[in-house]
Design a protein around this ligand. Structure first.
Ligand code: NAP
Length: 314
């Protein structure tokens, strides 16, 4: 069994890296597979203000770099390879990457989720510079500014209410004339004096030189276009996009139990398959943050260790 890893972790965001750190520290032969670069969604965040212990100038990339260093310091191996095929049913799991094949006694899925983008011109360029996909992470940067929230589901309306704690005014821009959000959530938003609505509209373009300065909205019924320009004194405004998330779990479909594309686990991060665990944003959970992802990763690694102890003889 020389070439079999104890644990293969798929994904190298905070959940995968924390799992790697705990697994390697427990002396398990640990491999972390990453598709592009380490970090997951957090590397797109300029400032990480809400991770306990974050220092003032902590950025997503710097936090991830330290997590990588720590996991590797304990002996976790990290390989850049995209998983193309996987067999999780047998006792020894087989993971086929683009470059090589890996075998493992236990697998931790930490593939994360991605916010769905609008696809509007300027959106990518201005992400982290006025455009955000996370109110918990970035809301405080918009203290006393104007903010636009795009979407009409539970996330958009709940996050709009959260953003009223910081923003001077929050305008929900929805592509239809009724919200999709639960009635109870809608009622609270309609009662909130700081929240306005722009109906039947979508963003056509976002503009700004280094920071979001203006955008064009288009009314889907009338075709009318409206220019929104930052207040002169503010110089900028916020656009928070909540038009759904895309869990990165298609590889595991019809193998692992899921709910709306998110992997179902118990409190110990166990999936329906023996020896297969899931951690972080790819699983069904109520709060998708770095702090909850790292906690999931730690639990998954400890449980993987217990599973191996109980199921494999030395
Ligand atoms: P969602 O329910 O799928 O809603 C996405 C919203 O974005 C919809 O209003 C949709 O418009 C709009 N949208 C989609 N693509 C768009 C585009 N390209 N441009 C503009 N608008 C677009 O997503 P979610 O709000 O993130 O919620 C996901 C799931 O989590 C839901 O099942 C939700 O119930 C659940 N959730 C629950 C809670 C809670 O219970 N407290 C909180 C958050 C989320 P249309 O309405 O026109 O389709």
């Amino acid at each position: 069994m020389a070439n079999i890893y104890d644990v293969v972790i798929i994904g190298s965001g905070p959940a995968g890296l924390a799992a790697g750190l705990y697994a390697a520290r427990a002396n398990m032969k640990t491999l972390i597979l990453e598709k592009e670069k380490a970090g997951g969604q957090i590397v797109t965040t300029e400032e990480v203000a809400n991770y306990p212990g974050s220092i003032e100038d902590a950025t997503g990339p710097s936090l991830v770099a330290r997590m990588v260093e720590q996991a590797e310091g304990f002996g976790a191996e990290k390989v850049l390879d995209e998983v193309k095929e996987i067999n999780l049913q047998d006792k020894i799991k087989v993971i086929k990457g683009e470059k090589a094949e890996y075998q493992a006694k236990a697998v931790i899925i930490a593939t994360g989720a991605k916010p769905r983008l609008l696809g509007a011109p300027g959106e990518k360029k201005l992400t982290g510079k006025g455009v955000s996909y996370c109110a918990t992470c970035d809301g405080a940067f918009f203290e006393d500014l104007e903010v636009y929230v795009i979407g009409g589901g539970d996330s958009a309306v709940e996050e709009a209410m959260f953003l009223t704690k910081f923003a001077r005014k929050v305008t929900i821009v929805h592509r239809r004339d009724t919200l999709r959000a639960a009635k109870s959530i809608q009622e609270k938003a309609f009662k909130n004096d700081k929240i306005d609505f722009i109906w039947n509209s979508e963003i056509k373009e976002l503009r700004g030189d280094g920071i979001l300065e203006s955008m064009t909205l288009k009314n889907r019924e009338t075709g009318e276009e409206t220019e929104i320009v930052a207040d002169e004194e503010d110089g900028t405004f916020g656009v928070f996009v909540f038009v759904g998330y895309l869990p990165q779990t298609s590889l595991f479909e019809e193998m692992v139990d899921m709910e709306r594309g998110y992997i179902k686990t118990d409190d110990n991060m166990k999936t329906n398959i023996d020896g297969v665990f899931a951690a972080g944003d790819c699983r069904v959970k109520s709060l998708r943050q770095v702090v909850t992802a790292t906690a999931d990763g730690a639990i998954a690694a400890v449980q993987a260790e217990k599973y191996i102890e109980n199921n494999f003889e030395e």
